[in-house]
Write a new protein. Sequence first.
Length: 184
Amino acid sequence: MRHPLARSARRTGLLPALALAALLGACSADEGELGSWMEQQRREVKPNVTPLQPPKKFDPQPYSMAQAVEPFSTQKLTVALKQEARQPNSLLATELNRRKEPLEAYPLDSMSMVGSVIKQGQPFALLRVDNLLYQVKPGDYLGQNYGRITKIAETEIDLREIVQDAAGEWIERPAVLQLVEKAR
């Protein structure tokens, strides 16, 4: 049989409180030792802080190009364009002297290849531009970048374009128009 005091202590929560008090009492005995160790460490450790460097003296430089030609001015652009017109690139020189074909007025991304045909042994491709069909052959010109058809296959048209690279030089770049099949 249990003691009536133990039952009442458990009901009121006295037993857990007594256990907690016993644990805290055991910790308070070591508190003095811990405090003395912390005080000793504070005395022994010296902070080592390096002093800050003084700031460097700033000497402003005068802007000497204020009287020169502005880099984005129209004057500089017209001089550059005149110089390029006097010395055209050999790739571009032949393109500038020929008569333009009708399909050169449209960008390549507005054209779609819808078929191919072989007539008398020569391949032809059918292009749809603005809901009109055009028949093209190797050697014809397409697009706004001086694109010339080099080869026509059943499913694609290979051409070379003349474009400017990042340095402003005219270079040849290959391009392809793929056959577009409509889903039924």
